[in-house]
Design a protein around this ligand. Structure first.
Ligand SMILES: Cc1cc2nc3c(=O)[nH]c(=O)nc-3n(C[C@H](O)[C@H](O)[C@H](O)COP(=O)(O)OP(=O)(O)OC[C@H]3O[C@@H](n4cnc5c(N)ncnc54)[C@H](O)[C@@H]3O)c2cc1C
Length: 461
């Protein structure tokens, strides 16, 4: 029996574990650093309520990094705590992806995978959509006053309403596609992992943090982990990292797979030089806040969005600062790239992500244009929007990706090949958002799930 060890039961890990364990000839073991809540009934209520983002300072369910970057630390990972916004990127992003990683990542190749995953309750019967898949997709019908007002202002300003934001991308505003069903957040643990949990060939263990890969030469034979005061090792024929864009990269570096100067400075023996963490990307977001009353009881944090070229304008239904409403302006195709490094080999010391959001002059100009557009939409003066103002109002969309980029062996930026296998290392795959080699023009949740499903299907063959 082939044994596969998956590190991390997040968005990608849940999908991968469910797909691989469908083959009874494969034993699948998942190690998750956060709580695994053995059954769906044990999930805390706040995790199923899509109107809440359980990521505040009091939350024990997240990894925290500098710059307010957080990731989910529980079964379902970031997909269990996120905004439920589930949208595909435009075909142009897959053209760029397939240009560096081959035709299996072209839009025509990935569209059937997206469709098979979907159960789109509004457009499922339409061409290029899916119905009957495991992931329910719907759009809000009863809006907060704030969202309705935003939509009206978009229309008055001259933008077109797009009924289905998953059709080929054009500028305009529309209702956000959501992984919400019967008022319940339906993340990847709910749609994929829990339904597979009864299988005898699948084991999911929570509260277990993998600290390092075990290698024999350049072959990965398993991992080392800590669970409370216990330490242990688990061996497997194949290991798949689904620890997310920060922790998958950190694990590789701690195991001797990373940039040579960094490994030397950390005193880590070099197994394989690789550009891990060197070219990451995110969607920088400016938060424009202004006085406003409570929006009421929102069903989800975001009901409408406006897309204009490479900008996404987000009228949040939630208050982040008491007494202030917020519209986010995110740059969805930045030219700036960031860098992830470690300052210590101690796995409890957080990795450092230098986002370098405003390094590119074009990125600064686009964000300024986005703020000017938002000012027009909300009918307020903002600024002056100089670099100091941009920095003061800048944050992350929580969409970090590309720390272990996919590409051909001769590509100086590539860490993994077109199937997620780490170049120069045997029996090791990375199958989460860290491998996406290009900035995506939309939120990454749908792409992460599609990516994990594609890689799993290839491993099964
Ligand atoms: C607050 C928030 C809101 C977001 N909202 C949206 C949205 O509305 N729409 C959208 O498209 N995207 C959204 N995103 C982004 C999206 O959720 C993530 O990009 C996506 O979930 C990434 O999936 P992943 O599998 O790569 O990583 P994750 O889902 O983060 O999974 C990684 C898993 O690995 C575990 N892990 C990490 N290290 C170890 C280790 N050493 N040992 C064992 N386990 C480990 C983690 O605990 C976690 O469970 C949001 C993200 C956040 C944080």
């Amino acid at each position: 029996m082939t044994s596969t060890l998956i590190v991390g039961a997040g968005s990608a890990g849940c999908v991968l574990a469910a797909r691989l364990s469908a083959d009874p000839a494969r034993s699948v073991r998942v190690l998750e650093a956060g709580p695994a809540f053995g059954t769906m009934a044990e999930l805390p209520f706040e995790l199923l309520d899509p109107g809440r983002l359980p990521v505040g300072p009091e939350s024990a369910l997240v990894w925290r990094y500098a710059g307010n970057l957080v990731r989910g630390k529980l079964i379902g990972g970031s997909g269990a705590i996120n905004g439920s916004y589930f949208i595909r990127p435009p075909a142009a992003d897959f053209a760029a992806w397939s240009a560096v990683a081959g035709p299996r990542w072209s839009f025509d190749s990935v569209l059937p995978v997206f469709c098979d995953l979907e159960d789109d309750q509004d457009f499922g019967e339409a061409p290029g959509h899916g119905i009957g898949g495991p992931i329910p997709i719907s759009r809000t019908r009863h809006f907060t006053e704030f969202s309705a007002d935003f939509a009206q202002r978009c229309e008055v300003t001259g933008f077109t309403e797009i009924p289905d934001l998953n059709t080929p991308a054009t500028d305009g505003f529309g209702r956000v596609p959501l992984t919400v069903s019967n008022g319940r957040r339906s993340g990847p643990a709910v749609t994929h992992l829990y339904p597979a949990m009864e299988r005898p060939n699948l084991t999911v263990t929570g509260d277990t943090m993998v600290t390092r890969l075990l290698l024999r030469g350049t072959r990965v034979i398993g991992v080392e982990w800590v669970r409370g005061r216990e330490r242990g090792r688990t061996c497997a024929d194949q290991t798949v990292l689904c620890a997310g864009a920060v922790e998958s990269a950190a694990l590789l570096i701690r195991s001797g797979i990373g940039p040579e100067p960094l490994l030397r400075s950390l005193g880590v023996p070099i197994v394989r030089p690789a550009p891990v963490g060197a070219w990451c990307t995110d969607h920088p977001e400016i938060g424009v806040e202004f006085p406003g009353g409570e929006p009421g009881e929102p069903a989800v944090p975001l009901e409408y969005v406006l897309h204009v070229d490479d900008l996404e304008v987000r009228p949040y239904t939630q208050m982040f600062t008491p007494g202030l409403r917020r519209v986010g302006v995110a740059l969805m195709h930045p030219e700036s790239t960031g860098e992830l490094t470690l300052v210590s080999t101690d796995p409890t010391v957080a990795a450092h992500v230098d986002q370098r959001y405003l390094h590119g002059g074009r990125d600064r100009a686009r964000l300024r244009a986005g703020v000017a557009l938002t000012a027009e939409l909300i009918g307020r003066r903002i600024g002056p929007v100089d670099d100091t103002w941009l920095h003061a109002n800048l944050g992350t969309s929580q969409h970090l990706s590309g720390t272990c980029r996919m590409g051909h062996a001769h590509d100086e930026r590539a860490v993994v090949d077109e199937q997620g296998r780490v170049h120069g290392i045997e029996a090791l795959t990375v199958a989460d958002l860290s491998v996406v080699p290009v900035p995506l023009r939309r939120g990454p949740q749908a792409t992460t799930v599609m990516l994990a499903a594609s890689i799993a299907d290839h491993m099964v063959v």
